[in-house]
Design a protein around this ligand. Structure first.
Ligand code: GUN
Length: 292
């Protein structure tokens, strides 16, 4: 029997409803609402779509968003100046710098310059350090989305074999950290996993992925995870968003793997919508942190 489809879009919509109430309460108590500054450099069409989706989500939950669009040839200094301005602006609570940045700009330089209390992506080294130490200020958006899907679908990772395929700073590393953590702000079922991280240089990767009770695919290669790499009954979370000639697809060979898995996230309508709503949550968190 084919596995359950974990409907990320429906879960994200439910969280948006909860969040909209929290934002309304915040505005009632504090006058001003949370405000997100979105910075988009260049004209990568996919990035433009992501930023648009984030701004539409802001509208839905009552968060104000301010757009800063810069040309592809923008220099590092110019972007650092904008970040400094946004850091100093008391009306801005969160700063989102959409990645990737053009090649002449060093991403690390820019992300390090974002004020740690406005770092709604949780990319700043201070916030990554706090996360690794088990006392997070913000949870990174996509990894948090993965945890929310698991938790709200009644899937526990505690004591389970979790395999993460991919070791990126945005997904692989932080999701592995969260799954292995001793406790979790999301709930007791979202931590205490036994986590293995695989990547492009892992030898006999399929032998490792086949040990997974919970398999997280975040390697950025279309349909990389095939059915014979998955243990029957595993839960499969597909974080990939790949644009191919035949449309969007994930890192998992969805149709074939669904026949093996007990539960699986689709692409689209899987993890993607959660990433967006977790950014909204972090913007509210940032606004709360800046009250004190
Ligand atoms: N590019 C791809 N994913 C992300 C993300 O989560 N945040 C930002 N800022 N850029 C991205």
């Amino acid at each position: 029997m084919a596995g359950t489809v974990l409907d990320g879009k429906a879960i994200a919509s439910q969280i948006e409803i909860e969040l909209a109430e929290e934002v309304a309460d915040f505005i009632q108590n504090n006058g001003d609402g949370p405000t997100l500054a979105a910075v988009l450099v260049g004209d990568d069409p996919a990035s433009a779509v992501y930023v648009r989706n984030k701004r539409l989500a802001c509208d839905r939950v009552g968060i104000e968003s301010k757009m800063h669009r810069l040309p592809a040839e923008t220099g590092e200094e110019e972007l650092l100046e904008l970040i400094a301005k946004l850091n100093a602006d008391e009306d801005i609570n969160g700063i989102l710098v959409q990645l990737p940045l053009p090649p002449q700009i060093r991403s690390a330089k820019i992300l390090d310059a974002v004020h740690p209390l406005k770092d709604v992506d949780c990319f700043h080294p201070e916030n990554v350090g706090l996360l690794v130490q088990g006392r997070p200020r913000f949870l990174p958006c996509t990894p948090h989305g993965v945890l929310q899907i698991l938790d709200r679908s009644g899937i526990s990772v505690a004591g389970k074999q979790c395999v993460v395929v991919g070791r990126s700073d945005i997904v692989g590393k932080p999701v592995a950290t969260l799954l292995a953590a001793k406790d979790s702000p999301v709930g007791p079922n979202c931590c205490n996993g036994t986590v293995t991280v695989c990547h492009s240089r892992t030898s006999d990767l399929a032998a490792i992925t086949r040990t997974a009770d919970v398999l997280v695919a975040a390697i950025g290669i279309p349909k990389f995870i095939k059915a014979d790499m998955v243990k029957p009954g595993a839960v499969v979370i597909d974080v990939g968003i790949n644009r191919t000639e035949t449309g969007l697809c994930g890192d998992v060979d969805y149709e074939a793997v669904r026949e093996i898995a007990s539960a699986i996230t689709p692409v689209p309508r899987g993890v993607g919508p959660l990433t967006v709503v977790m950014l909204m949550l972090n913007t509210l968190t940032a606004a709360r942190l800046q009250l004190t």
